[in-house]
Ligand binder design. Sequence first.
Ligand SMILES: NC(=O)C1=CN([C@@H]2O[C@H](COP(=O)(O)OP(=O)(O)OC[C@H]3O[C@@H](n4cnc5c(N)ncnc54)[C@H](OP(=O)(O)O)[C@@H]3O)[C@@H](O)[C@H]2O)C=CC1
Ligand SMILES: O=C(O)[C@@H]1CCC=N1
Length: 269
Amino acid sequence: MSQKVAVLGTGKIGEALLSGMIRSGWSTADLLVTARRHERGEELAARYGVTVTGNAEAARAADTLILTVKPQDMGTLLGELSPHLPADRLVISGAAGIPTTFLEDRLPARTPVVRVMTNTPALVDEAMSVISAGSHATGGHLAHAEEIFGAVGKTLRVPESQQDAATALSGSGPAYFYFLVEAMTDAGILLGLPRDKAHDLIVQAAIGAAVMLRDSGEHPVTLRENVTSPAGTTINAIRELENHGVRAALIAALEAARDRSRELASGSG
Ligand SMILES: NC(=O)C1=CN([C@@H]2O[C@H](COP(=O)(O)OP(=O)(O)OC[C@H]3O[C@@H](n4cnc5c(N)ncnc54)[C@H](OP(=O)(O)O)[C@@H]3O)[C@@H](O)[C@H]2O)C=CC1
Ligand SMILES: O=C(O)[C@@H]1CCC=N1
């Protein structure tokens, strides 16, 4: 028997997941989506050939519901779907900061809830989706969440107490790398390179470094030391990074992201 999956609140993350599920072979007949705006629903139906429906109907029809609204919209969405949700349906939340207890308190008793923090590289099947069980979710529910999010990249199970940290590292993580690329491209302009060439050089350096980090088995320190010749160019740059406190800035930045994730826990922040 086919399992129906509904994506509720299909914005950037919901669409990234939906498109990945279709790319990886899910039948559109088994997928439902909801959107707040009529024109957004029409856009998704035209782009993917999926059925667009209301939140109440999705709650009644789907075996698994994936909620990809903003944390601030989660309370309203749960209010819309909860009265229509049959027992034992799996509810997966993709929202930053929102604890599984927030959903459990607003859904029918003993509803299994799984919390997932994915990231935008889902669009190119290179996401990291960090998965935690709520109090009524079983290993089978976690495995089902892994099957769904495995369509768009890697998955990792963590205790829910680590979700705010995971959100700071990997949910927000791509933004830090885009920021670094943007800043280094500006440096290329300062050094007299045309912007398009500076961009290409930095992006390829990022891709090469990322593949080596993933595939070489070497520690990042070793990889950096291998680039850093005695009395060479790289050590001059590293000294400036240390002088400007870049390491401390990154630690503080991720701590601030973790703190914001904690603040979102009420769903109203
Ligand atoms: N963007 C990212 O990099 C990541 C985001 N997340 C999490 O994913 C979630 C979604 O983020 P993102 O995709 O960026 O946000 P978007 O605003 O792009 O998507 C959320 C969508 O939900 C819709 N929506 C809101 N309320 C309802 C409702 N009651 N019924 C149906 N649809 C509704 C919104 O409609 P409308 O268009 O009218 O606003 C919007 O299209 C957030 O909780 C975020 O924390 C997680 C990992 C990474
Ligand atoms: O900035 C945010 O709140 C979302 C969650 C993780 C990435 N983007």
